[in-house]
Design a protein around this ligand. Structure first.
Ligand SMILES: Cc1ncc(COP(=O)(O)O)c(C=O)c1O
Length: 385
């Protein structure tokens, strides 16, 4: 026997299998209703589909400019200015990306050096930590507190040190649905002021915010904006997660470094979809109506389980709702989630997989970005437990 053909050291040796892949596979195996993964089971606006079809037939089928087509960056800049009062230069401060995921990975690759620390609040969406580790950084995990996932800013401040290179926040927050308050953002700003720390603000659910809450973008806060990458997703906003289209905005000096990685990672992003999105974004209603669209779905979902044994606080934003099942079972959330699929044909996500040290509050996450029919079927099952 010779030496093994492929000798290498994995950059992500401890990566657990994705809970989304697991749950989706289980859902298929048991022919279950799948409200686990965060994507709509309905189509985007036909007007947007028409704009894509038109762009495809109008000759936009070769490489786009590296950072994105100007008309799309311009309309994004106008949108941010009108919503959050911050002006980004379309040419030097906005980049179109392959979904928010690429924006996040690229920002981390551009700034995180081996040995650097990156603060991540748990529970956290699953793409942050692998990106930090693959770039040699060390994730510093801070658990949000209690079943409502409050942030203890005093403890946050205590975690900042000489090695802290970046902080990642996500508001509205997946999986908890928490929307960071003005006070949260002011406290964060106070902690970061005068430091050399970069803020990566994942705001993919910025338009899915419900009555009584407002989206507090990092771009609204001058001492945050000056150090921030604000990341967004057209997939989430326009019911088109399969397109993998997104963008990020940052001050020119930071964006210059970001683009050096972007250029040799993807170079540029799907051209005809950019042309269509540039046109569609001109109508502000297309994104401003999203909150009330999903609020109706949230309310339908919660009304229909109001007399069930689940307890819950209505989610403030995102299309996720947490449900506490401690009145139903003492099982761990992993066991409960598995049994829900196998015995009741309903797939949800156990929250412990997102938490630090797999902290288990006996909560599951459901996604209500579903048709009325699916919501009715899912809530019937939940009410029967
Ligand atoms: C918090 C969060 N960030 C980023 C993403 C990825 O966004 P995209 O599909 O645009 O890459 C998701 C997708 O579920 C998410 O929930």
């Amino acid at each position: 026997m010779g030496a093994p053909l492929h000798k290498f050291k994995s950059k992500l040796p401890l990566l657990p299998p994705s809970i989304f892949a697991n749950m989706t596979q289980l859902a298929e195996q048991y022919n279950a209703i799948n409200i686990s993964q965060g994507f709509p089971n309905f189509e985007p606006d036909p007007i947007l589909l028409e704009l894509v079809a038109k762009a495809l037939k109008s000759g936009y089928n070769q490489y786009a400019p590296m950072g994105g087509i100007y008309s799309l960056r311009e309309v994004i800049s106008e949108k941010i200015e009108s919503l959050y009062g911050k002006t980004y230069n379309p040419s030097s401060e906005i980049c179109i990306t392959v979904g928010a995921t690429q924006a996040i990975f690229t920002a981390i690759s551009a700034f995180v050096w081996p040995g650097d620390e990156v603060i991540v609040f748990k529970p956290a969406y699953d793409c942050y930590e692998p990106a930090i580790i693959a770039n040699g950084g060390q994730p510093i995990l801070i658990q949000m507190e209690g079943k409502d996932y409050a942030i203890n800013w005093k403890s946050f401040r205590a975690h900042i040190g000489a090695k802290t290179r970046m902080v990642i926040i996500n508001t509205p927050h997946n999986p908890s649905g928490k929307v960071f308050s003005n006070d949260d953002m002011l406290q964060l700003q106070e902690c970061l002021k005068g430091t050399n720390i970069i803020l990566l603000s994942d705001e993919v659910y910025e338009h899915i915010v419900f009555k009584g809450n407002s989206h507090e973008s990092a771009s609204k806060y001058p001492y945050l904006a000056e150090r921030s990458f604000v990341c967004a997703s057209f997939g989430k906003t326009f019911h088109a997660t399969g397109w993998k289209m997104g963008y990020c905005a940052a001050p020119a000096t930071l964006m210059k470094e970001f683009l050096k990685i972007h250029e040799f990672n993807v170079f540029c992003v799907n051209h005809p979809f950019q042309v269509a999105l540039a046109e569609y974004l001109k109508t502000a209603y297309n994104y401003l109506s999203l909150g009330s669209f999903y609020e109706k779905k949230r309310d339908l979902f919660l009304d229909r389980i109001s007399s069930s044994k689940f307890s819950f606080t209505p989610t403030q934003g995102t299309y996720f709702q947490l449900l506490d099942y401690s009145n139903i079972s003492n099982e761990s959330d992993l066991e409960f989630g598995k049994r829900l699929v196998e015995e009741h044909r309903l797939a949800c996500i156990p929250i412990s997989v997102f938490n630090k040290d797999h902290l288990d509050h006996r909560q599951i996450r459901v996604c209500f970005a579903k048709t009325e029919e699916t919501i009715i079927q899912a809530t019937e099952i939940l009410s029967s437990l």
